[in-house]
Design a protein around this ligand. Structure first.
Ligand SMILES: [Cu+2]
Length: 441
């Protein structure tokens, strides 16, 4: 008979959230509501200068305009979070609805991706999730794999939308054509993504699949930029040669609303909102810092910024992690698609050395679930609904062995096993959710 050492943390989630949610500005912190209804994020600063997109010429103005145009108000930001949560660090950008990170002011949300419930992520290399594969599936008339969760009509409409987008992208393969069309670089090259070139004057005009607000370019020599990228000037690119790698959309909540956008056909387009994002510090990188630290480093802070969506339709950068994935493994630094997830997982400072993490995402206990005796295993709930981690099976529960109780979104549950063996677990709220933890030396 195995013995257990079970430590539950963070499951008293409806106590005070105040200490766990950093307020980006102190004014909002002092006017906050009582702890049980503590807002998930604070509103953008009210004193920013209004920038006319037509007049936005410098990179600072471009950043200001994007931050203003795509900012959520307090209510819009709060809609994305069930109330009364106590966040703990966890999640994986591009793989989970929520990502919470820790910085000097505590744990803050940094990303929300997908609808509140019912997220479909097509990131499985065995499924036809890339633009090219979806188009081939549509042309073949073959049955649609259940993992895509769409009808033949929806697939046909999606492929038509993406084909129109592909034509726009390929017409701007030359970065100079983007500059001539009014796109400007944010000068930040992100790994497995590239640099966003915004058409500022298109940001407020709604969704058109053939007219993305953003084109993505990466350095043509396959290296990462050393510092901030150059810029379009007078309709021409002034920097190193660039390759078109993808497209993206940014549609402000004022234009499309606070709820998850209904745009591309089918459920694969998971739009995201950035929270507590520090864009473009002096090194030309995105980071996650409190507002004051961000601005001290020359960055542009956004409390909440969205809605945004990548669409990987460039001919040479077909994305095995999905046409709407966060990351594209074929973009510098080129990587094994399967390895990207591990490199993106967020762990908290409360994770002991050598701890393993399983994200509870999209109603699955994901990850390896193989540990050594005594090795801590953290289950991190990054769905928008509560789950449990309970010993046994739905037909034969063993609550006395271990039971997390209600794990609200953003909560961790730590467990370790002293003896080798195979341990069953399930979710008491969703009996389809079952998993096995393998413990071996
Ligand atoms: Cu569950």
């Amino acid at each position: 008979m195995a013995t257990f050492a079970v430590i539950a943390i963070g499951i008293a989630a409806c106590s005070s959230g105040a200490d766990d949610i950093a307020a980006p500005n102190s004014e909002a912190a002092t006017t906050a509501e009582p702890p049980d209804t503590e807002p998930a994020v604070t509103a953008p600063a009210a004193d920013t200068t209004t920038v006319d997109p037509v007049e936005a010429a410098t990179i600072a103005q471009v950043n200001d305009y994007i931050a203003q145009a795509a900012a959520f108000d307090q209510a819009g930001a709060d809609v994305q979070f069930p109330t009364g949560l106590t966040f703990q660090a966890g999640g994986a950008p591009g793989y989970s609805r929520y990502v919470f990170r820790e910085h000097s002011e505590g744990v803050v949300p940094t990303l929300v991706e997908g609808p509140l419930v019912g997220t479909v992520r097509c990131q499985d290399e065995a499924l036809p999730c890339s633009f090219r594969e979806l188009r081939e599936l549509d042309e073949s008339g073959e049955p649609i794999p259940p993992g895509l969760a769409m009808s033949a009509d929806e697939l046909a409409e999606l492929v038509a939308q993406l084909t129109a987008l592909n034509e726009f992208a390929e017409a701007h393969r030359d970065v100079n054509s983007a500059c001539a069309a009014g796109f400007v670089s944010d000068r930040i090259q992100t790994a497995n993504m590239g640099s966003h070139f915004y058409n500022i004057s298109w940001i407020a005009d709604g969704f058109d699949p053939a007219r993305p607000e953003i084109l993505l370019y990466a350095k043509a020599d396959g290296t990462m930029a050393d510092g901030a990228l150059d810029q379009c000037e007078g309709g021409e690119w002034t920097g190193d040669p660039m390759s078109l790698v993808g497209t993206a959309f940014i549609i402000p909540p004022q234009v499309i609303g606070n709820d998850h956008p209904e745009t591309f056909a089918g459920p694969l387009d998971n739009w995201h909102i950035h929270y507590n994002l520090c864009r473009g510090n002096s090194q030309g990188r995105d980071t996650f810092l409190p507002r004051t630290e961000c601005e001290a480093q020359g960055g542009n802070f956004s409390a909440a910024l969205g809605w945004m969506l990548h669409a990987w339709v460039a001919d040479d950068f077909d994305n095995q992690l999905g046409v709407f994935g966060m990351w594209n493994a074929s973009i510098t630094p080129v990587a094994d698609a399967a390895a990207i997830r591990d490199s993106r997982e967020v762990q908290g400072s409360d994770f002991p050395e050598g701890a393993q993490q399983s994200l509870i995402a999209d109603f699955l206990y994901s990850g390896e679930l193989s540990v050594r005796p005594g090795q801590p295993l953290f289950f991190n709930n990054v769905d928008a609904v509560p789950h449990t981690v309970t010993a046994g099976t739905p037909d034969s529960p063993a609550f006395s062995d271990f039971d997390s109780g209600l794990l609200t979104p953003g909560s961790n549950y730590e467990i370790s096993f002293d003896e080798p063996g195979s341990y069953s677990l399930f979710c008491t709220l969703h009996p389809d959710m079952v998993a096995q933890v393998t413990v071996s030396d």
